[in-house]
Design a protein around this ligand. Structure first.
Ligand SMILES: NC(=O)C1=CN([C@@H]2O[C@H](COP(=O)(O)OP(=O)(O)OC[C@H]3O[C@@H](n4cnc5c(N)ncnc54)[C@H](OP(=O)(O)O)[C@@H]3O)[C@@H](O)[C@H]2O)C=CC1
Ligand SMILES: O=C(O)[C@@H]1CCC=N1
Length: 266
């Protein structure tokens, strides 16, 4: 069985390794985790999960088959420099916004196996919609290992590197847009005098019902139209959203994420 190393043990790494550990059939013998400064946080994670914290990740590189870079994108070139002389036949997988396999390959010895996974935080419950792509030098068992990780954390779609740059906003960041949408609806609800707890219950249950119906029918147009009674009240609300450029706002938000992520390319 393979061993795996997470460099970076923050929110996204925890969402991923907690799910890897929750699989009925064990995927990895040892999951090593490491971070930059916070040894207390590593110790806390090791108490909570069956992971092996390491102070110097360079000590275990030789013992692992896959290395997941779950650190801020700006720090990854430095980690790749440190990794380069230590690589034998491990696959190097980044989850960083803006860092595809071609960037990894530029920083690593010729022939190194690389992959890019763009997950989201629903990985924690096995419901991430993850995008992924491989570099040029990945063998069949490394592909299987990567796809086992993807399957453990949710649904996955293989796309070209450039598409993942463009869609990072949609699958990686847009969950934050959804939660912001929830908070704004809650603000509207409490402005009519109900408690924050009641507002939370209303909005979360409405969203859950809507998402479940969407998962069942896969037809957002029909579902929107079914709510919109001809000549009724919902149409006025949709018109107000259109008048305030709701579609443009989302497009601009997606473009802003992608511009920021791409600016980190190096
Ligand atoms: N959060 C999300 O929804 C998603 C995040 N990502 C990507 O995941 C990566 C991590 O994001 P996220 O989990 O949100 O960030 P966090 O801030 O929660 O975690 C970052 C982790 O990286 C560690 N770290 C920072 N610098 C170094 C370094 N030089 N060497 C080793 N470890 C280091 C931090 O350690 P310490 O705490 O000790 O500083 C921390 O454990 C990013 O590249 C992001 O683009 C991708 C998809 C979704
Ligand atoms: O905010 C970020 O940069 C990362 C990338 C996708 C989600 N979170």
């Amino acid at each position: 069985m393979s061993n795996i190393l997470f460099i970076g043990a923050g929110r996204m790494a925890e969402a991923m390794f907690s799910r890897l550990l929750a699989q009925p059939k064990r995927l990895f013998k040892t999951i090593y985790i490491s971070n930059n400064t916070s040894k207390t946080h590593l110790a806390h994670l090791a108490e909570r999960y069956d992971v092996q914290p390491v102070t110097n990740w360079t000590d275990v590189v030789d013992d692992v088959d896959a290395i997941i870079l779950a650190t801020p994108p700006s720090t990854q070139p430095e980690q790749l420099r440190t990794l380069s002389p230590l690589i034998r036949n491990q696959i190097i997988i980044t989850i960083a916004a803006g860092i595809g396999p071609s960037i990894l390959e530029n920083h690593l010895p010729e022939g190194t196996a690389t992959a890019w996974i763009m997950p989201n935080t629903a990985a924690e419950i096995g419901a991430s919609m993850s995008l992924y792509t491989f570099g040029k030098h990945v063998n069949a068992s490394q592909k299987t290992l990567t796809e086992n990780i993807l399957a453990a954390i949710g649904t996955y779609e293989e796309l070209p590197e450039e598409a993942i740059h463009n869609l990072t906003a949609l699958t990686g960041s847009a969950p934050a847009f959804v939660y912001e949408f929830v908070l704004q609806l809650e603000n509207a609800a409490t402005s009519y005098g109900i408690s924050p707890t009641q507002a939370r219950k209303l909005v979360v249950a409405m969203l859950h019902g809507s998402a479940s119906l969407l998962a069942k029918t896969n037809d957002p147009v029909a579902l929107r139209d079914a709510v919109t009674t001809p000549g009724g009240a919902t149409a006025a609300g949709l018109q107000s959203l259109a008048d305030h450029q709701f579609g443009d706002m989302l497009t601009k938000a997606i473009e802003a994420v992608n511009a920021h992520a791409k600016a980190r390319k190096n």
